[in-house]
Design a protein around this ligand. Structure first.
Ligand SMILES: Cc1cc2nc3c(=O)[nH]c(=O)nc-3n(C[C@H](O)[C@H](O)[C@H](O)COP(=O)(O)OP(=O)(O)OC[C@H]3O[C@@H](n4cnc5c(N)ncnc54)[C@H](O)[C@@H]3O)c2cc1C
Length: 248
C-alpha cells in the first residue's frame, strides 16, 4: 500500500482502436467491490500522482481488474496510460460509487444504456449475473443492453456480449452506430443510442411500472436519455446514472 492505494501491475492490453483499449490490472492485494463500482487508477509521473476514476469491467468473481478506456486528446492520465508497457506499475484506490443493479424494487426488467466505454459497469453486472447463474443462483430478471458508438469498430465487447446472449436468454444486446455512412459494413441499429430507448421499450413492452433504467457514459446522452425516460413516466428513482465527465 502507498498512501491508501494498492500497488498493481498492468497485466495486459487489448487495442480496440487507436483511442480505445481494454486494460487488465493485477493488484498486489484483493480489491473488494460490487458490480457497477469504479476505482481511481493512478500513475506516478516525476513524483506527481495522476489519478482518474474508471468503472470496473470485470466481475468480483474474476482475479483481475479490467477497464475499458478511451484516450482523451491531451488527457493527463490517458495519454500516460496508453504509453505504459505491460508489467508497469499503477496504483488502485479503493472502490467507490453507488451505480448498482437494482435488486430492491423487484422489477423484472432492466434497461441499460451506454455510450462507448460506458458499457463497463454493465459488463461487470452481466458477467456477475452469468457467473452466479452458472452456480445455480436464478437470475430472475431480463436485461437489455443498448450500446452506442460512433463507428462499428468501437464496441470492444460485442463478441463477448453476442456470445453471452446465445447462452443467457435473460440478456438482450443491441449495438448501435451513430455514423453508419462512414461504416459501410454495418447492418445493425443506427442513430444515437438514446433515440433507441422508446423503440426498445415499445418492442419489449417494458414500461415504467416494471423497469429500472440505467444510463452511463457521455453527459449529453445521459441528459437526453433521462428526458426521454421521464417523458415515459419513469420516476427519477427508477433512473440510475453514471456520468463520466462534465459537459463544458
Ligand atoms: C465514475 C466515473 C467512471 C469513469 N469510468 C471511465 C471508464 O470506464 N472509461 C473511461 O475511458 N473513462 C472513464 N471515466 C472518465 C475518466 O475518469 C477520465 O475523466 C478520462 O479518462 C480522462 O482523463 P484524462 O486525465 O486523460 O483527461 P483530463 O486531462 O482529465 O481531461 C478530461 C477532459 O476531457 C474532456 N473529455 C472528452 N472526452 C472525454 C472522455 N471520454 N472521458 C472523460 N473526459 C473527456 C472533458 O471535457 C474533461 O474535462 C470515468 C469517470 C467517472 C467520474
Amino acid at each position: 500500500m502507498i498512501e491508501g492505494r494498492v500497488k498493481a501491475r498492468l497485466a495486459s492490453r487489448r487495442n480496440i482502436t487507436s483511442a480505445l483499449a481494454v486494460f487488465t490490472v493485477e493488484p498486489e492485494a484483493k480489491i473488494r467491490f460490487r458490480p457497477g463500482q469504479y476505482v481511481a487508477l493512478g500513475i506516478r509521473d516525476r513524483g506527481e500522482l495522476i489519478e482518474r476514476d474508471y468503472s470496473i469491467v470485470s466481475s468480483p468473481h474474476e482475479d483481475f481488474l479490467e477497464f475499458f478506456v478511451e484516450r482523451v486528446d491531451d488527457g493527463h492520465l490517458t495519454a500516460r496510460l496508453f504509453e505504459l508497457e505491460t508489467g508497469a506499475g499503477v496504483l488502485v484506490k479503493s472502490p467507490g460509487g453507488m451505480f448498482f443493479l437494482d435488486r430492491e424494487s423487484g422489477h423484472p426488467h432492466h434497461l441499460m444504456i451506454a455510450t462507448v466505454t460506458g458499457i463497463a459497469p454493465f459488463l461487470s453486472m452481466v458477467r456477475t449475473l452469468a457467473i452466479d447463474g452458472g452456480k445455480g443462483m436464478p437470475v430472475g430478471m431480463g436485461v437489455t443492453l443498448l450500446h452506442g458508438v460512433s463507428y462499428a469498430d468501437e464496441f470492444g465487447y460485442d463478441v463477448e456480449l453476442r456470445r453471452m446472449t446465445t447462452h443467457h436468454p435473460w440478456l438482450t444486446y443491441i449495438p448501435a452506430v451513430s455514423r453508419p455512412s462512414e461504416t459501410s459494413a454495418w447492418h445493425g441499429e443506427t442513430g444515437r443510442v438514446e433515440t433507441l430507448i422508446e423503440k426498445t421499450l415499445d418492442s419489449l413492452q417494458w414500461t415504467a411500472r416494471d423497469t429500472t433504467a440505467y444510463l452511463c457514459g457521455h453527459p449529453g446522452m445521459i441528459e437526453q436519455g433521462k428526458k426521454i425516460l421521464l417523458d415515459r413516466d419513469f420516476p427519477q428513482t427508477q433512473i440510475r446514472e453514471e456520468q463520466y465527465w462534465e459537459e463544458t
